[in-house]
Design a protein around this ligand. Structure first.
Ligand code: MG
Length: 288
């Protein structure tokens, strides 16, 4: 099942996407519930009743979780080829190519934007803004000390995240938080799918910049798979329903090229993950 958060007029709604018929079937939620996006569905034992379908082209998609309740967990260097391109770039001299344990950082919730919304490029703040196509896990059931064997039982579903990164800020400030959390640096969507929709051990992921294929990989190449990531994070840190884990990006990011190919105003980044859909955002230069 694909579940979208969307707006029609000034109202936010949540509904089941019926791609075949180009429809979205809204759930009967109060506006306070719908304001939370798919969190309103994740936390219920059963799905709410539905209302009359609406044509998909009549609605504006929003991020499935428009404002996560806390930071988005992210994983660094989780595909071998990307870890190697990162080392080759000279970003992190002396660091090991392939991590022995998962590298975990986070992005602030306010960075989240929908498919179709602009990624803001502010040349006064950064001149090295990069894209990172990633499969993101949405936790459905809280837990602490979750074992890898039980991990997928705690997953509600999946979405796509573009872990947009200001490489210069990421490098300058040691901690990656600022470089990863600039306004609009977390495109998410176009919707979320329930966990039965994809085999996360074998899912293709692609990223295009202006229709040029830059990243193409399969989640089978993850260094630390999703059960391992959930076990790692939840060891001593309680994961809660609605938590999001961006699982890392494959090779082909801008910093991996020589010279690097960073994003500019007008560039369009399109990420496709089989079984989920397409997340597309145009970059817009900040006006000031
Ligand atoms: Mg990333």
């Amino acid at each position: 099942m694909r579940i979208a958060t969307f707006s029609i007029g000034s109202e936010r709604r949540v509904g089941i996407v019926d791609l075949e018929n180009g429809l979205v079937v809204p759930f009967d939620l109060t506006s306070a519930e719908a304001r939370e996006g798919i969190l309103a569905i994740i936390e219920r034992p059963t799905l709410p009743a539905t209302l009359a379908p609406i044509a998909l082209d009549q609605v504006t998609l929003e991020a499935p979780i428009p404002r996560p309740r806390r930071n988005i967990f992210c994983v660094g260097k989780n595909y071998r080829d990307h870890a190697r391109e990162f080392s080759r770039s000279g970003f992190d001299p002396g660091a090991v190519d392939i991590p022995v344990d998962p590298i975990i950082f986070s992005k602030v919730p306010d960075a989240v934007i929908a498919t179709g919304a602009p990624v803001v490029i502010d040349p006064h703040v950064s001149t090295a803004i990069d894209y990172e196509a990633e499969l993101a896990v949405i936790i459905g059931r809280a837990g602490r000390g979750i074992t890898a064997t039980d991990a997928l039982d705690h997953v509600w579903g999946y979405t796509i995240i573009n872990d947009v990164t200001a490489r210069d800020l990421q490098q300058r400030h040691g901690q990656w938080l600022i470089g990863k959390s600039q306004d609009s640096f977390c495109p998410m969507g176009p919707w979320a799918v329930t966990r039965d929709e994809i085999d996360v051990a074998d899912t293709a992921i692609r990223c295009f910049v202006n229709d040029e294929l830059r990243q193409s990989a399969n989640t089978s190449a993850l260094i630390f798979d999703i059960p391992t990531l959930i076990a790692t994070l939840s060891a001593g840190l309680t994961l809660t329903a609605g938590d999001i884990i961006a699982t890392g990006t494959p090779a082909g990011v801008g910093i991996g090229f020589n010279p690097p190919r960073y994003l500019r105003g007008g560039d369009v980044v399109r990420i496709e993950i089989d079984g989920i859909g397409t997340l597309e955002n145009r970059c817009a230069e900040a006006t000031r």
